[in-house]
Design a protein around this ligand. Structure first.
Ligand code: SF4
Length: 280
């Protein structure tokens, strides 16, 4: 049997199988209050593909209609201005990474009877070194936890693109495009700047590639067996999971699947989570 899975789904599963099930099996995908890094990140990614900053603001305008932006320390207008600064640095970063071989196109690839669909960020060749870049727009630097969540996706993209393009990929690199969301970042006590681009090489230590591919097979076996444990509770994922929100004193993810399926067919699906509390 060929199982189809997306790299976005795999990442969710790696955070918490219950999260994956609610979203991909129950079809329950509420829109939660939005942080500005998401629409800014989407617009920035679009502009990186086009190679121009001309339509940055119009891309954000389209993406945020009807959404609620929640930012604790800076206004959304300030964040957009920071986004423009970040985009300028991102475009010059892209100008310096060499010949672009792949940029956000759909890749379809079969590995051990698993069909994987995904959008590798950027593959570039410079001085005969081919590097696969994974881009994130974030408020903070890259951590080991980010790396652990990215590793399977990077290994899959690497082996997929090597087959599709018939090339050997020499380097993996996470690129953090950082847009800080605090008001005063430049003060006598801090050297942090408002925007920054950081590269973090991802080294595939001995056997890590094989381990990642084995983990992929294990995940698909668990999905096919219908087992979805709530591992988010042990690894702290619940703090940012949209299904960790409370309704009637109960966490969303504690509701039975049948109830979540019912939710997924109602107007609740399209509401802001905080408004739900008023509906019950
Ligand atoms: S609230 Fe926690 S346990 Fe529940 S789905 Fe989200 S991450 Fe998993």
């Amino acid at each position: 049997m060929v199982t189809k899975i997306t790299t976005a789904g795999l990442r969710k599963f790696a955070y918490c199988p219950r999260w994956y099930k609610i979203q991909y099996k129950c079809g329950f995908n509420p829109s939660s209050p939005l942080k500005s890094k998401y629409p800014i990140g989407d617009a920035l990614r679009g502009c990186l593909v086009s190679g121009s900053d001309a339509d940055f603001r119009s891309r954000i305008g389209g993406l945020t209609s009807g959404e609620v932006i929640v930012e604790e320390k800076a206004t959304f207008a300030e964040m957009i201005a920071r986004g423009e600064l970040l985009l300028k640095s991102a475009l010059s970063w892209k100008d310096n990474i060499g010949e672009i071989l792949w940029h956000e196109q759909l890749s379809k690839y079969c590995l051990n009877d698993i069909e994987i669909l995904g959008y590798p960020d950027i593959l570039a060749k410079k001085n005969n070194i081919i590097t696969l870049y994974s881009i994130r727009v974030s408020y903070t630097s890259y951590t080991d936890k980010d790396r652990d969540a990215d590793i399977i996706k990077m290994v899959i993209f690497k082996s997929g693109l090597e087959k599709i393009l018939n090339v050997k990929i020499n380097r993996l690199c996470a690129v953090s495009m950082i847009i800080r969301n605090r008001k005063n970042r430049i003060s006598p006590n801090t050297k942090n700047v408002i925007t920054e681009i950081q590269e973090t090489p991802i080294v595939l230590e001995r056997n890590l590639e094989n381990t990642a591919i084995q983990s992929l097979s294990d995940m698909v076996a668990i999905i096919n067996a219908g087992l979805f444990p709530t591992t988010g509770m042990q690894n702290g994922t619940c703090s940012w999971c949209p299904f960790g929100k409370q309704l009637q004193g109960q966490k969303f993810c504690d509701f039975p699947d049948e109830i979540l399926k019912e939710f997924s067919e109602t107007s609740l699906q399209r509401c802001n989570i905080d408004k739900w509390r008023d509906e019950f």
